[in-house]
Design a protein around this ligand. Structure first.
Ligand SMILES: Cc1cc2nc3c(=O)[nH]c(=O)nc-3n(C[C@H](O)[C@H](O)[C@H](O)COP(=O)(O)OP(=O)(O)OC[C@H]3O[C@@H](n4cnc5c(N)ncnc54)[C@H](O)[C@@H]3O)c2cc1C
Length: 288
């Protein structure tokens, strides 16, 4: 299937991309940025998106800051154009190794080799691994628009069905993960390997007790589950606590009922996946 006709522009750098978005919009166009194209092109092919102009960010891969991973204090900053595959094969150290371990769940190798971290987060699919990881590790999304750069905390990023806080005239330049999590895991269930998950769970356990629970596929956007985190905060890590936490997560959510899975099915998946992810974080997560 082919997309509807569109005009094609290449941005030379971030300033050029922001400028092009503004100029095209002022000229009555409906422009959109394209990075890896792994979400936007399928949406255009299915006519779910019909931008009249594309601004290609491809040349921005040449800019080291946009195409590298670098420590940032106790955190990790990933340039917007870094691909899923680059993260998958990078040695990130114990604090952020969950990022590379989680990448095997993202599509297939050709998709991971083209799709970008920023593209995934801006696209905002409710089950996208990067969106869950952003909430798990307190990511800060740096977006540059006509008024200059601004920072968007992950907690304020995901507004609902494929809707994020990034404005149509903004270019995301980096995503900073600010919360180290040596004991963390992401797991999921999809009908076939490489498909988007029906439900996915990302969890972390803190050294001094407590932890974080994030679910995808149970609401229009990925969500933290405070009821499940309260269980972790009050107990001793181990099978009984992890099962109780899974129960609490399942009880707290109000998942959708659709062709991919009934609400009851998604609730059962959430219970199983949260419990499983906690075991994995506890047993296989890196230790300092
Ligand atoms: C068969 C298939 C299976 C897949 N499976 C999974 C999966 O299991 N899990 C998963 O998470 N993803 C999956 N994906 C999607 C894939 O991960 C995409 O790469 C990712 O969602 C989008 O990244 P991209 O660079 O391709 O963005 P694009 O498709 O180029 O763009 C996506 C959106 O982000 C915007 N955008 C891109 N870059 C920027 C930027 N720097 N600043 C502002 N806006 C920007 C675009 O305008 C567009 O709205 C799958 C895709 C396919 C085709």
């Amino acid at each position: 299937m082919k997309p509807a006709a569109f005009r094609y522009h290449r941005a030379h750098d971030v300033t050029d991309a922001v400028g092009l978005l503004g100029e095209l919009a002022a000229a009555g166009e409906d422009p959109k940025l394209i990075a890896g194209g792994q979400s936007l092109m399928p949406m255009m092919n299915f006519r779910l998106a019909r931008p009249t102009a594309l601004v290609d960010l491809g040349p921005l891969r040449r800019e080291p800051a946009l195409n590298s991973l670098r420590p940032n204090g106790s955190g990790l900053t990933i340039g917007a154009m870094v691909t899923h595959r680059t993260v998958e094969i990078s040695e990130l150290g114990p604090d952020f190794s969950v990022l590379s371990r989680a990448m095997r769940w993202v599509g297939h190798l050709p998709i991971r080799s083209r799709g970008t971290v920023a593209g995934s987060i801006v696209h905002g699919d409710a089950t996208a691994e990067w969106c869950l990881l952003a909430l798990l590790l307190d990511a800060v999304i740096v977006a540059e628009g006509p008024g200059g750069p601004r920072e968007i905390p992950a907690a304020e990023m995901f507004h609902g069905f494929y809707t994020t806080a990034v404005e149509p005239d903004e270019v995301v330049t980096a995503v900073s993960f600010t919360r180290p999590a040596p004991k963390a895991a992401l797991t999921e269930f999809a009908r076939r390997h490489g498909d988007f998950a029906i439900v996915d769970a990302a969890v972390s356990l803190d050294a001094d007790g407590g932890g974080r629970v994030v679910l995808g596929g149970v609401a229009p956007a990925p969500v933290r589950v405070p009821e499940a985190e309260a269980v972790l905060a009050g107990g001793v890590p181990g099978p009984a606590l992890f099962a109780e936490c899974g129960d609490a997560a399942a009880a707290a959510i109000d998942p959708p009922d659709d062709a991919a899975g009934s609400a009851a099915y998604r609730r059962r998946l959430a219970r199983t996946l949260v419990t499983q992810a906690l075991h994995e974080a506890w047993e296989k997560g890196e230790t300092r």
